[in-house]
Design a protein around this ligand. Structure first.
Ligand SMILES: [Zn+2]
Length: 369
């Protein structure tokens, strides 16, 4: 896919609304873009979009399921009260940084559709010196939609959600910046992967799952992994890119490919298999150590049912959880290529071996299905 086509896809995904628990609009875009790429597409009760591309196991062999997960949702705000002058008090959904939302444009999603607003706070002239040196509390942040109290309360209700606005821009070089690239670039990588796999046969059944509510506790991953019960899974999300103030230990290089995680959240044989595949196909990649919770869907999927061998690919992202999240186009391309090659070469026998590989001498630890 050409750069322009990838930018077009990501722009469409980024501008779609999808605060955790309200992912309908971005889900419908994903659903449409999958129409010619999967055998079946469904949406489960929690809003997860599940696209299945059937595999062709060797004769007489049972198929196995590979779940590939990328979360659809984005951080945002929820209206907690309306004051008599028509200003909306809000609370964060997910990890919203108060330092970056001031002055930003938002959409307020009301019962009659979305209306524009701005995130406002008191002018600096009217704050104390102490207040000027710290971030305002949520109590001092409000949304102005330009309507007075009565008209505002007829339109906006407590519990309405707000999304941050920004359009994707192409920066010099191969970088793009915009809102919700966490994790719309992961979503785009799965769609591009399915494009690579079009009209190609593979052994395993591929379940591409576009999960909901990751930013508030991986809830879509929890229920979809339980429902699908895959034999193996890979989560695709964003990770920190190196940037000013983020050192080499915390951030990975943009443009150098997906980051393959190592650590207790990750199945060691699966991680090695991904690295081997990247080396064999000469796909740029990096590695990182995550000593505990990866903070991604991989964390939830791994402990579903009686345990699922899980890996994590992270796409380096600058300015995470801002409206100017920054990503290198090559990293999206390399991620989708690595996933596609992995799917094409993965055998059902190899996946079955991973079901009881950790304890040696291996015992049959596979739980009954
Ligand atoms: Zn994410």
């Amino acid at each position: 896919m050409k750069n322009e086509e990838i930018i077009q896809l990501i722009s469409e995904l980024s501008s779609a609304d999808g605060v955790s628990g309200h992912e309908g609009s971005v889900a419908s875009i994903v659903y449409k873009s999958l129409s010619s790429l999967a055998d079946t597409i469904s949406i489960d009760p929690l809003g997860n979009v599940i696209a299945i591309k059937k595999g062709f196991p060797k004769e007489g062999k049972e198929p196995v399921k590979l779940m590939l997960a990328a979360h659809l949702d984005e951080i945002g705000l929820i209206v907690s009260s309306l004051d008599s002058k028509g200003f909306l008090k809000v609370m964060p959904i997910g990890g919203v940084d108060r330092g970056i939302i001031l002055g930003k444009k938002v959409w307020v999603h009301t019962k009659t559709g979305r209306i524009p607003g701005v995130v406002a706070t008191r002018p600096p002239h009217l704050t104390t010196e102490k207040e000027r040196n710290q971030l305002p509390d949520w109590d001092d942040i409000f949304i102005d939609i330009g309507l007075e109290g009565d008209r505002c309360s007829k339109l906006v209700a407590i519990g309405d959600v707000c999304t941050l606005q920004n359009e994707v821009v192409q920066l010099s070089g191969q970088f793009i910046a915009g809102k919700a690239l966490d994790n719309r670039v992961g979503v785009a990588s799965l769609i591009l992967m399915l494009n690579h796999l079009k009209q190609m046969n593979h052994e395993v059944d591929v379940y591409a799952v576009f999960t909901t509510q990751e930013e508030v506790g991986f809830r879509g991953a929890i229920t979809s992994a339980y429902g699908i019960w895959p034999e193996v899974a890979v989560a695709v999300d964003v990770g920190f890119a190196q940037q000013s103030g983020v050192n080499e230990r915390l951030g990975k290089e943009s443009g150098k490919g997906p980051v393959i995680a190592k650590g207790p959240n990750i199945h060691p044989q699966l991680e090695k298999s991904l690295i081997k595949m990247a080396q064999r196909e000469r796909i740029p990649h990096q590695t990182e150590v995550i000593a505990a919770n990866s903070g991604t869907d991989a964390w939830a999927i791994q402990v579903s049912r009686c345990g699922i061998p899980t890996a994590l690919l992270s796409i380096p992202l600058g300015n995470m959880h801002s409206t100017a999240e920054c990503c290198h186009l090559d990293d999206i391309r390399f991620t989708s290529k690595l996933l596609a090659e992995f799917v094409l070469r993965l055998s059902c026998d190899e996946v079955r071996r991973w079901q009881n590989v950790i304890i040696k001498p291996s015992i049959n630890s596979r739980c009954k299905r």
